[in-house]
Design a protein around this ligand. Sequence first.
Ligand code: MG
Length: 257
Amino acid sequence: MRLGRIASPDGVAFVSIEEQDGVLVAKEIAEHPFGTPTFTGRTWPLADVRLLAPILASKVICIGKNYAAHAAEMGGEAPADPVIFIKPNTSIIGPEVSIVRPPSSQRVDYEGELAVVIGKPCKDVPAAKAASVILGYTIANDVTARDHQQADGQWTRGKGYDTFCPLGPWIDTEFDPADAELTTQLDGETKQHSRTSLMIHDIGKIIEWISRVMTLLPGDVILTGTPEGVGPMTAGQRVSVTISGLGTLSNPVMDKA
Ligand code: MG
């Protein structure tokens, strides 16, 4: 199932995105997308609605340096244990919403990543049982003010600006994360091209590691790290992250007015 959120005629609706008679439609979910959804009976052609970020997260937890080639381009080796940090949930935006570069930064980078969405409250989840707490998968861009990240010695400012966490276009509950192709394009030019099979710590290990520290809640999002090829974006450009079998998350870039 593909789960999304849309701006509906009377507010915001959770939807299931399905094909009907060869057309993609958004079917309104009655309550929430966790568990087995029930439907209101209202349906819109997907082309007629605006997709929002597919979930409201209480927190976004990210893994740093989870691909060896990216750790190398950042001038180091990948640490033996996962390194985690948090992006505020106020950094989340949906597809087609502008990433806003703050005037204080001279370098704002894209980082295309596979994102995991948690489906139930959980703590101390063993890696072997991680699948049971996952709602599904979506695409993220871990936008980073690289100069702030490097100047501060920790990452809250560099990773935390409003609009620095594009998510979408939907959550796929049947996606297989083992070996998907990840591509990031800037104005149509391929900048990152890798496979999720090259992650150092797999998703089971990541959920075990994070849930040993903090309780995970339904809707929480985990960014699994970016491969090599990160680089800067400037105003007027468009960044698109594609994961095979999942879809494409595309956002324009602008400077703060
Ligand atoms: Mg990242």
